[in-house]
Design a protein around this ligand. Structure first.
Ligand code: ZN
Length: 336
């Protein structure tokens, strides 16, 4: 059984070491270190030390392109690449700039390979590809937006679409646009996961919990079946989406396990450990138990210490952290 947490609280090895010991005490055996554009530019050397310290503590290390180009999950780390390369950004079908890089951008693919080179130099064992997505607004996500607010309809995407389908890209999302968008994400991942493998690291992909073509791929299988994807999962954060814990977490876990069993991949499920309301901390432990009951053997939580260090922390972050640690211990067959 693998149990872990995401970590990005500090880059001072003295404090990181204390936190790594705390993770081991809370029954973690892996850590997901974020490696944002900021880390790439300013912390790459110290990140090698942090990865080494993690491994010396017995933790397997995943590394995550947190918010790179805003293509991957994480609204928190701002993207310098987006600011510097507006010409590589996505555009909505109604012609507006979207602050996220187009996944068909060759310069961005090269930038991602530069990131993979640097990630490999840290000594991390697995790249954690989190929540790849197109630009979307909350209105569009909720079905109340305009029909032509989806992305990407930049000049390059429109040219590729026209060549492939023999017609102009329409303003409204139709079956061929959905296919085009699915192909765009999978093509990027085929390229990046193969490069990651060449560098000696495994690939883990996590998708947003809804199979919604507005956001990402229309079917999760499309990413799970990519040959170099080793680990596949999702993050059913029931409390922020206001969903019933048991149904939502259990059905997501079953869907991921079904896909992984069919495709021969390892399943990984993510537990919400941020923005947990006071009085509902026990649900974090229940989520871990549900995932384990369903047969998932790789469970991670976002993030360390109940997110104590940012605005969207759990109201009682210490209690969440204690409960998470106990639940990890129980599913790993320990007492307490
Ligand atoms: Zn585009």
């Amino acid at each position: 059984m693998k149990t872990g947490v995401a970590y990005f609280e500090t880059r001072n090895p003295k404090h990181v070491l204390t936190d790594l010991k705390d993770m081991v005490d809370k029954n973690c055996n892996f850590v997901v270190h974020t490696y944002s554009e900021y880390d790439l530019n300013f912390n790459s050397l110290v990140m090698r030390d942090i990865v080494k310290l993690s491994q010396e503590m017995g933790l397997e290390v995943y590394i995550n392109p947190w918010g790179l180009g805003r293509v991957f999950g994480g609204p928190e780390p701002y993207s310098h690449y987006v600011a510097e390369h507006p010409e590589e950004c996505q555009r909505t079908a109604d012609g507006r700039h979207a602050p996220i890089i187009c996944m068909n951008s060759e310069p961005f693919r090269q930038y991602m390979k530069f990131w993979i080179d640097s990630a490999a130099e840290t000594g991390a064992e697995v790249v954690f590809w989190d929540e790849p997505h197109f630009h979307y607004t909350l209105d569009v996500l909720m079905g109340t937006g305009k029909d032509d607010e989806w992305a990407c309809a930049c000049g390059m995407c429109r040219d590729i679409f026209k060549e492939r389908f023999g017609r102009e890209m329409p303003k409204v999302l139709d079956e061929e646009v959905i296919q085009f968008r699915d192909d765009t994400i999978t093509d990027m991942f085929i390229d990046l996961t193969a490069y990651t493998k060449q560098k000696g690291m495994k690939n883990a992909v996590c998708v947003l919990p809804e199979e919604n073509p507005i956001v990402g791929v229309s079917k999760w299988e499309l990413l799970a079946e990519i040959p170099h994807v080793d680990i596949f999962g999702t993050d059913p954060y029931w409390m922020i989406f206001n969903k019933p814990l048991d149904d939502y977490v259990r059905s997501s876990t079953r869907r991921v396990l079904d896909i992984c069993n069919e495709k021969g991949k390892e399943a990984q499920m993510w537990v919400q450990a941020f923005m947990i309301f006071e009085g509902r901390e026990a649900e974090v432990g229940q989520a871990v138990q549900i995932m384990a009951e369903e047969g998932c053997k790789n469970i991670a939580a976002w993030a360390y210490n109940g997110f104590a260090f940012m605005n969207h922390k759990c109201q009682d972050h210490e209690k969440v952290w204690e409960i998470l640690g106990e639940a990890f211990g129980e599913v790993r067959g320990k007492v307490g």
